[in-house]
Design a protein around this ligand. Structure first.
Ligand SMILES: CC(C)(COP(=O)(O)OP(=O)(O)OC[C@H]1O[C@@H](n2cnc3c(N)ncnc32)[C@H](O)[C@@H]1OP(=O)(O)O)[C@@H](O)C(=O)NCCC(=O)NCCS
Length: 380
């Protein structure tokens, strides 16, 4: 057992549900301790987390969020939020609860076990039959199983390896694996992208950036296409135009408007891509003197975050053409690498797309699940 009995005694451990502004602030800031020793990491948006936890988020109408934290000798050592997402439950007709925002210090096995037990128990009492941790649309992302000390792709976790032990000890099993890809934007690859874009044009597919399409209309088009394309995609739940507009509107004056794409056939929007420039110079925390590997950031890595094509337009090169146009726009802005972020291991349509774009696997992740059969120790 990794828990050190000298420093981790059950007597000194308490599990609490933070509610006050100060407690929520302390909860939201735990990552600053977990990742303090890293050369580079993505700090949380503390205010955004507090808004979610105090039901002041745009998503609050369909979410019940209950934060938990564990203290040892008074010190905050772990945190997690139990979520009941009514929209997910209705969409999939599945009584699935979610554990999001999990973070914990090293060697806190006893505290983490006590906290996870209480969070799972709450979901059980609220009628959930299983629990997922490591993927909740717009709320949480999977756990890294490699690259522990490198800056992860934007949005993704760079968690310590100990998180896997914490979840396995709590009875969770791996539910899904995910892959993150990176393409190197060499002259040969860029020539291949131009051919992909031309082939789509010949086939009657029009690709436009969100700026060319009209940015505000593009946001609604993205919402509609993404809801349709991801309808049966594992883990997804629908989002509304009213929720997405305020999240994305402020991006109209950023390169997102030039890197994100829409595909239309006969004036009907059939495909959407959302891409971002390299956000590490603005958002990542770097130890003084550290220079990022250009493949990871520092101004040279853009990322395609999301791609969807509605069913009737699939298999005609629409995804390839949209991604190709997005990556060409990245190259024009001096980016040398393009991320193709987070594909399920078994999503072969998307993995084939990544491979045809010349991308290779550069990161691996998992999502955990606890169900009735997973553990006799936990009473789900
Ligand atoms: C993944 C997705 C965007 C692909 O769109 P698409 O326009 O059909 O893809 P393309 O026609 O451009 O084909 C791209 C590559 O994938 C392959 N492909 C497409 N559909 C496939 C399938 N069902 N199974 C295996 N390969 C497939 C194509 O053959 C092509 O590979 P090739 O260049 O080696 O021939 C689309 O299936 C989709 O929207 N799926 C649901 C949402 C989703 O999973 N998004 C990705 C999340 S990571």
């Amino acid at each position: 057992m990794a828990a050190n009995p000298k420093t981790t005694t059950a007597e000194t451990i308490t599990v609490e549900r933070p509610t006050s502004r100060d407690q929520l602030d302390e909860f939201a800031r735990l990552p600053f301790q977990v990742y303090a020793g890293r050369d580079a990491w993505w700090p949380p948006d503390v205010q955004n987390e507090i808004d979610l936890l105090s039901r002041r988020s745009l998503l609050s109408s369909h979410l019940e969020v209950t934060p938990f934290c564990a203290r040892r000798a008074g010190r905050l050592v772990a945190r997690v939020s139990a979520v009941i997402n009514r929209r997910y439950i209705e969409h999939w007709n599945e009584q699935l609860g979610q554990l999001i925002q999990f973070e914990a210090l090293e060697g806190e096995d006893i505290a983490v076990a006590a906290m996870l037990d209480q969070a799972v128990q709450l979901l059980h009492e609220r009628g959930m039959r299983s629990v997922r941790s490591g993927f909740a649309a717009f709320l949480d992302y999977p756990y890294a199983i490699d690259n522990y000390n490198a800056l992860p792709s934007f949005l993704l976790r760079g968690n310590p390896a100990s998180y896997h032990r914490y979840f396995k000890d709590a009875g969770f099993v791996t539910e899904k694996g995910q892959v993150d890809y990176t393409a190197s934007l060499t002259p040969e690859i860029l020539a291949r992208y131009r051919r992909m874009a031309e082939a789509a044009a010949v086939a009657g597919v029009t690709i436009q950036s969100w700026r060319e399409y009209g940015f505000l209309a593009a946001i609604d088009a993205w919402t509609d296409v993404t809801n349709a394309a991801f309808d049966r995609h594992w883990g997804w739940n629908p989002v509304t135009r009213a929720e997405v507009r305020p999240m994305l509107t402020s991006l109209w004056e950023t390169p997102v408007a030039d890197l994100s794409m829409l595909a239309t056939i006969d004036n009907q929007c059939v495909g959407a891509v959302f891409s971002v420039p390299d956000l590490s110079p603005a958002l990542a925390r770097l130890r003084r003197g550290v220079r990022l590997d250009p493949e990871r950031g520092g101004g040279t890595r853009g990322a395609l975050i999301n791609i969807g094509v509605i069913e009737r337009a699939r298999g005609r090169g629409v995804a390839l053409a949209m991604a190709a146009r997005s990556f060409l726009a990245m190259a024009r802005r001096k980016m040398r690498f393009a991320g193709y972020t987070l594909v399920l291991d078994d999503n072969w349509a998307s993995r084939r797309t990544a491979i045809s774009l010349g991308a290779r696997v550069t990161g691996n992740f998992v999502t955990y699940r606890l169900s009735r059969r997973s553990s006799s120790a936990l009473t789900l």
